[in-house]
Write a protein that binds this ligand. Structure first.
Ligand SMILES: Cc1ncc(COP(=O)(O)O)c(C=O)c1O
Length: 387
């Protein structure tokens, strides 16, 4: 372990935990300094919304803190049931099932759908989130990866084991790149080949689609075309936890067989109550999405004018691809010296040679914040390796 950690130090890949002493909107107090953050996933700026806080406090006053047990024992409270109903309604699915984290949800779904199924395969985009990849490994299914956002590549992988029971799994919005998966083409492929499509919409829910119903809704796909929809509560909804939405049959199957659901303590009911308040705001307050979209456009325009190596993303995730891990770390440190927190994302989170600054925007930001970021980037001038 020591050797591997030292190797990370040598190659500028050491991961370092920062303690945030206080958060106020996009502002973070770290080591006695107030930094303007561009790395949270609080895309709609709901994490500190008074209605979420009030719902959380009310439920904590009434129900206490812990759920005290797994859902199937006595941990499933009214707050969880109401949240599941609201999530199913929002995403246009028959039912929804809560998990404590998105990571656990992705493990649970694949283990329930693929575990013990003879010869099952899981076909995945190369840039899928780690939890989708790990879920397949844990399920014991054969993992077959295809080039990023390439339905033809996915088709080749499905064809390589044409008669195998198959799950085709993709991020809806890619977490480190911000681009949207070719969902309509993947759904058509899955239908043609008899595979089940699973979409992880952790970064699309709340941000894309009418009423923020997510990337799957934006692509016009219902439950029949995208039968397994997973998303998290810890990003645009500003809470924590996750859910899977789909048919009653799917949800009943997960309730029986998804071990991370069966054998894990239910999230605190107060958190479910806060998430319910967040769903209502995310659905109803279009202005948050509109403000976010305007900030994204402002940033992209400014970054293009500066000639920055902007990746092609229409979402809140706006990475600058620098390539080199050391250069990314240096750029992040130079921005921090100017009062901005932008995390450098390096391998193995992203492929080797594709280190980047993962800039995220939020409806909690103001135009002046974006301008300040652009000014700082203009001074730092982070450039792609080889430029
Ligand atoms: C695409 C994607 N799926 C799943 C997860 C895991 O969700 P959670 O943080 O709730 O465990 C994340 C991020 O953390 C993610 O980006």
């Amino acid at each position: 372990m020591d050797v591997r950690t030292s190797e990370r130090v040598q190659s500028s890949l050491l991961r370092r935990m920062r303690t945030v002493d206080h958060a106020e909107g996009p502002w973070l107090e770290i080591d006695g300094r107030r930094l303007l953050g561009f790395c949270s996933n609080d895309y709609l700026g709901l994490a500190q919304h008074p209605q979420l806080i009030a719902a959380f406090k009310r439920a904590a006053d009434d129900e206490g803190v812990g759920s005290t047990a797994a859902h199937l024992v006595c941990g499933h409270r009214r707050e969880h049931a109401m949240l599941e109903e609201a999530l199913a309604d929002w995403t246009g699915r028959e039912r929804a099932l809560l998990f404590s984290t998105g990571y656990a949800a992705n493990l649970g779904v694949q283990q329930a759908l693929l575990g013990g199924v003879d010869g099952a395969i899981c076909v995945q985009d190369k840039l899928n989130h780690a939890s989708l990849i790990d879920g397949c490994r844990l399920a014991g299914a054969e993992l077959k990866r295809y080039p990023h956002a390439d339905p033809a590549g996915a088709a080749r992988q499905l064809a390589s084991r044409a008669s195998a029971p198959a799950l085709l799994a993709t991020d809806g919005v890619f977490s480190m790149d911000g681009d949207v998966a070719p969902l309509a083409a993947l759904a058509a492929l899955a239908a043609r080949e008899g595979a089940t499509l699973m979409v992880d919409d952790a970064h699309g829910l709340g941000v894309l689609g009418e009423q923020g119903a997510g990337s799957v809704a934006a692509a016009g796909l219902g439950e029949a075309e995208a039968p397994v929809l997973m998303a998290t509560l810890g990003k645009a909804l500003g809470c924590a936890g996750a859910f899977v939405a789909g048919s009653a049959v799917l949800i009943e199957g997960l309730t029986q067989f998804a071990r991370p659901h069966v054998y894990s303590t239910a999230m605190p009911p107060a958190l479910a109550a806060a998430a319910l308040a967040a769903v209502k705001l995310a659905r109803e307050e279009d202005w948050r999405r509109e403000k976010l979209a305007a900030l994204v456009a402002r940033f992209r325009h400014g970054a293009a004018e500066l000639g920055l190596p902007l990746m092609d993303s229409p979402t809140a995730i706006q990475p600058l691809l620098l390539g080199d891990a050391e250069a990314s770390l240096a750029a992040s440190q130079a921005l921090e010296a100017q009062g901005l927190l932008v995390t450098a994302i390096r391998p193995p989170t992203v492929p080797s040679g594709q280190a980047r600054l993962r800039i995220t925007l939020s409806a909690a930001h103001e135009e002046s914040h974006v301008d300040r970021l652009l000014e700082a980037l203009g001074r730092v001038r982070p450039a792609a390796a080889g430029r």
